[in-house]
Design a protein around this ligand. Structure first.
Ligand code: WTA
Length: 635
């Protein structure tokens, strides 16, 4: 039996037990047998959750791109590594083989070197879902530059904040992006962002849409001519196990996004191992994850996880609704996709459309279906299972986070059972714990609490860029000696986990994490606004939508309410991005507050969800009378 590929339930239990009883031996074996190293580690694991400091495979030397590319050249050079499906279905898909990908990554790496980028430098990547995005990520990894991919739906202010936070000196972008029938001027957004970013010396521009754009002399460079001239091979820079591989920003409950730092070796081992097992990838399979590489899902399960296993990974530029709502299923049939990984919000949106859109296509190639990003509701789960999987493809409901780097709780298809709305069992090496509010671990089954992890796993984030204290406060100070996820969960009678949602001020809208604080900051900047509070409420397709309670200044009182709503949303779209726009905005005379002045979001959440019957005891509020006023005008 190989511990690398788990094939049945007995093996799962056996391997899980080993991973918990002898974690170091277990991970050492996986690392030794399935990756190429220039030098082996001195110690498998060193950890201290108080500091916190976590080190895996210290002393090891290697490069992750040699594990993604070079080692496959002898056997798989003509195998498709990336299968690129463009936005426009009339345009032919591009099959990029392992040897072509190797060459393109090397050329890109040489361009970066030529541009003065060195090991440890930060490179911001702001690109649509085109091959250059994956190639840029890998090129950074090749030369040891730290990539910071920013989702190309973020606004110029959000982009500027992320560039400045990590002092990126170089940005890779494109002249524009195609999304459905829209063309988006990405370069214009970058230009605007860079007015606030003095540290950026170079902007590399991929030609994608042919849009007319401004090129700033000395700073902006078209990428293709440089790639054409660059040498087609590039030695990989030898990295230490704990050197940072990338930064990826995620929302927190205060205004500033958190730049989660992932390091090289542990991330590689865990991304590869989870991919192999959770998708049961077999040689020759075509795997498709519909996420964007701007999110952690795309990092771990479009780029690194699949390539580390020599897989074929589909990269899709478009959207599920263009040219019509059958686009996903058309692509599944066309490329005979075997594993399909998407978000509950996409499933809910497609489930609202005619069934013919799904039924028209031959989906028999599918073997595994997956979901990620938010809890999947029962109805969506059954729709997915019945209509896409035809009851034959197990659904892996994968729970994890930007911070965890890889999937943490999930069924293993054909190995462990699935249950609608349950992420089920911890993955190999993962030791979850449910905690009560007093900080005690809740043992046994049929219980619920706050979800923590009590032992390190290889791909956990190591710090927040530039703010280790925030890393400690947010994740390690809440419960002693445990990593706190920010999620609530229940464990049922047989020990399966069901994630019930965030227990902090992060709201998940269409699978995107949004902190309430930055949105409130943005609303409060409007000249007519005095104060605001944002909460989530259930939404049929998005999972949650945002509800804003806004107190106006006296000067704002005379303004037209509809115009104000538009202006507030425009401001949010500009400062954060359209994904953070409010679905509903209610103007209120005040907000319910505790005596210490903290907004009681719990009460607002109930009001926004039309569940205000049972608000519990509100007599401890500073201003209990305000609750009735707000309820009376709820939208
Ligand atoms: C939520 C995405 C329920 C959760 C990989 C988590 C989920 C946050 C699931 C992380 C799931 C993710 N079931 N909730 N299967 N997967 N979440 O950082 O609240 O974008 O903390 O990482 O999404 O979102 P992030």
């Amino acid at each position: 039996m190989s511990n690398y590929h788990i094939k049945n339930l007995e093996e799962y239990f056996q391997v899980y037990r080993k991973s918990v009883r002898e974690p170091e031996n277990f991970w050492e074996e996986i690392a030794e047998e399935h990756f190429v190293w220039r030098e082996k580690w001195n110690k498998v694991l060193e950890w201290d959750f108080k500091k916190p400091e976590i080190k895996w495979f210290e002393g090891a030397k290697f490069n992750i791109t040699e594990n993604c590319l070079d080692r496959f050249l002898p056997m798989r050079k003509d195998k498709t590594a990336i299968l690129f499906e463009p936005n426009d279905p009339e345009v032919e898909a591009e099959h990029i083989t392992y040897s072509q990908l190797h060459e393109r990554v090397c050329r890109m790496a040489n361009v970066l070197i030529e541009g003065g980028i060195e090991k440890g430098d930060r490179v911001c990547i702001y690109l649509p879902m085109i091959p250059e995005l994956a190639i840029s990520v890998l090129a950074c990894a090749r030369i040891g530059a730290i990539h910071s991919v920013v989702f190309a739906g973020f606004s110029s202010s959000a982009l500027a904040a992320r560039i400045n936070d990590c002092d990126a000196q170089c940005v890779i972008t494109s002249d524009g992006s195609f999304r459905g029938d829209k063309v988006i001027d990405l370069k214009g957004i970058v230009d605007q962002a860079l007015q606030e970013c003095t540290g950026v010396k170079t902007v590399y521009v991929v030609e994608r849409t042919g849009n007319k754009i401004e090129m700033e002399n000395g700073r902006d460079k078209w990428l293709q001519p440089l790639l054409d001239e660059a040498y087609a091979d590039c030695d990989a820079v030898v990295m230490d196990a704990e050197d940072p591989l990338f930064i990826l920003y995620t929302s927190g409950s205060t205004g500033k996004p958190k730049g989660m730092v992932h390091s090289c070796a542990g991330y590689m081992v865990y991304a590869a191992y989870t991919f192999k097992n959770i998708f049961q990838y077999k040689e020759g399979d075509i795997y498709w994850c519909t996420a964007d590489i701007g999110w952690i899902t795309g990092h771990s399960y479009i780029v690194y996880g699949p390539l580390l296993n020599g897989a074929t990974t589909v990269m899709f530029e478009g959207v599920p609704s263009y040219p019509d709502y059958d686009r996903f299923w058309q692509v599944v049939e066309k490329h005979k996709v075997n594993q399909f990984y998407t978000a509950p919000t996409a499933i809910r949106a497609l489930a609202k459309e005619k069934l013919e859109y799904v039924e028209k296509y031959d989906l028999t190639s599918l073997k595994v279906l997956g979901t990620v990003g938010e809890p999947i509701n029962e109805e969506a789960w059954h729709w997915y299972n019945n209509n896409v999987g035809k009851g034959k493809s197990p659904i892996v409901d994968t729970w994890w986070q930007t911070e965890t780097g890889g999937i943490m709780i999930s069924p293993i298809p054909y190995v462990t059972p699935t249950t609608p709305t349950y992420a089920t069992l911890p993955f190999i090496g993962v030791q979850p714990a449910l905690m009560d509010d007093e900080g005690n671990e809740i043992k046994g089954n049929q219980v619920s609490g706050k979800l923590c992890i009590k032992f390190p796993w290889p791909s956990m984030a190591r710090t927040i860029w530039g703010d280790h204290e925030r890393f400690r406060n947010t994740y390690f100070d809440v419960f002693e000696n445990k990593y706190f996820t920010g999620d609530g969960a229940l464990r049922d009678g047989v020990g399966y986990y069901r994630i019930t949602g965030r227990v902090d001020d992060v709201i998940i809208v269409s699978g995107h994490n949004l902190g309430t604080a930055p949105i409130e900051d943005s609303i409060n900047e409007h000249p007519a606004v005095a104060e605001s509070a944002v909460v989530g409420f259930p939404h049929e397709i998005k999972g949650n939508a945002l509800y804003g309670f806004v107190i106006l200044k006296e000067t704002g009182e005379s303004r037209d309410r509809e115009n104000l709503r538009k202006e507030i949303n425009l401001q949010i779209a500009e400062q954060i991005g359209p994904i953070a726009k409010l679905q509903k905005i209610q103007f209120v005379p005040g907000l319910p507050k505790t005596r210490s002045g903290k907004i009681m979001r719990r009460i607002l959440r109930k009001i926004a969800s039309n569940d205000a019957e049972n608000l519990g005891d509100i007599s401890t509020l500073l201003n209990p009378e305000i609750v009735e006023d707000i309820k009376a005008e709820v939208l």
